[in-house]
Design a protein around this ligand. Structure first.
Ligand code: NDP
Ligand code: KPL
Length: 329
């Protein structure tokens, strides 16, 4: 693999936007690698102290199309240090980006309470919609959500592979002073395009429907995304999940949505879905935020959703098995 040196920073004027990314997994590291091309005021907050030290010592490495780039100007800190307010030079944070898994958001929001007054805006990048049920409790004036269409994989604490180039689409839930819009609009990142959408609900609904259709079935059937299209029985199963999800979310343009689901399956045909990967590693999945969210919506609207309930329980049952395995080992 070719070492292609460091990324240069483009100056954007006198004041740099201060970014903090919470969660240094695949997406947190990928986003940091690209945003660092445009700002030298970015802090990546890790869950574990050791990861912050590793990145400080070795540098953050981005691997894309067989090239390794050692990314400059990414500072790191453990979340605990950040939240204890040990970072005296961070007086205010312009854009805080939450890049943890959906079931980790609750803890992050609890931890953030101490420094919320220092944060001008917050952007959530989770799959599913469980995190949106916690927004009522946030006192940060500007709140946005995003959908990540890239593929990323952390291979060690300082290296991330950009496995699929897509887009980051985001939208305001509450626009505040439009700090995020001002920060993102001048960015020109060829390999990491960022697009603003008008309405956040349709943005998240379309990704939620894709994840509801693809993730649980691929995990339970142990197949790659493309096999849901190729095998007529699996396609039939997926279309039944799709119909129920659309009923629950009151989706108006169903034909267009079905095309979108098929298109994502096609474009990611050789991928293992994130839920299948979680199953392989016996990790907690994001089911509560995907099918769990749909079931809570169905209950509120008094809609019967038996297929979604059945799939939800199958995944939750597997999670119980994984946890029991942990206790035994
Ligand atoms: N990876 C991908 O290609 C894609 C991911 N997404 C979505 O993006 C979101 C993030 O996914 P991904 O990056 O893959 O997940 P990862 O599991 O790779 O990363 C999550 C990170 O959050 C850290 N973390 C956990 N709890 C906390 C906490 N309380 N405070 C701070 N950090 C914490 C984890 O720490 P530790 O290092 O200890 O594990 C880990 O570094 C998910 O909702 C996923 O569905 C969407 C599209 C594509
Ligand atoms: C789009 C899809 C289904 C790609 O695998 C995904 O988001 C996931 O696996 O979580």
């Amino acid at each position: 693999m070719e070492e292609c040196g460091t990324i240069f920073i483009k100056k954007q004027g006198a004041r740099q936007v201060k970014y903090v990314i919470i969660g240094s997994g695949s997406i947190g590291m990928l986003l940091s690698s690209y945003l660092a091309q445009q700002t030298n005021s970015l802090l990546l907050a890790t869950h574990r102290n050791i990861q912050a030290n590793q990145i400080e010592q070795k540098g953050l490495h981005l691997v894309h199309t067989d090239k390794i780039t050692k990314v400059q100007h990414v500072r790191t800190s453990s979340c605990s240090a950040l939240l204890k307010n040990n970072l005296t030079d961070i007086e205010t944070i312009d854009v805080m980006i939450i890049a943890v898994k959906s079931h980790q958001v609750k803890q992050v929001l609890e931890d953030l309470k101490g420094i919320e007054h220092k944060v001008a805006s917050i952007l959530f990048l989770q799959n599913g919609m469980g995190h949106t049920e916690m927004f009522h409790d946030i006192s940060i004036p500007e709140v946005a959500v995003g959908v990540v269409e890239h593929g990323a994989m952390r291979t060690n604490d300082w290296t991330v592979y950009h496995t699929g180039v897509g887009r980051l689409r985001w939208s305001y839930v509450q626009a505040g002073k439009k700090v995020i819009e001002t920060a993102f609009s001048p960015l020109r990142l060829n390999e990491f395009p960022i697009l603003q959408e008008k309405n956040w609900i349709p943005l998240l609904h379309s990704k939620l429907i894709v994840n509801a259709c693809v993730n649980p079935l691929t995990a339970l059937l142990m197949v790659k995304n493309g096999q849901l299209l190729e095998n007529k029985y699996y396609l039939n199963m997926m279309s039944q999940v799709f119909d129920e999800a659309c009923t629950v979310l009151e989706t108006s343009e169903k034909d267009q949505m079905w095309e979108y689901v098929r298109d994502v399956c096609q474009k990611t045909s050789s991928n293992s879905s994130s839920m299948l990967l979680d199953f392989e590693k016996k990790r907690k999945t994001e089911i509560d935020s995907i099918l769990g969210y749909l079931l809570r919506q169905a209950a509120n609207k008094k809609i019967h959703a038996p297929i979604i309930a059945y799939l939800h329980d199958a995944i939750k049952g597997k999670e119980v098995e994984f946890r029991e395995g942990e206790v035994e080992s």
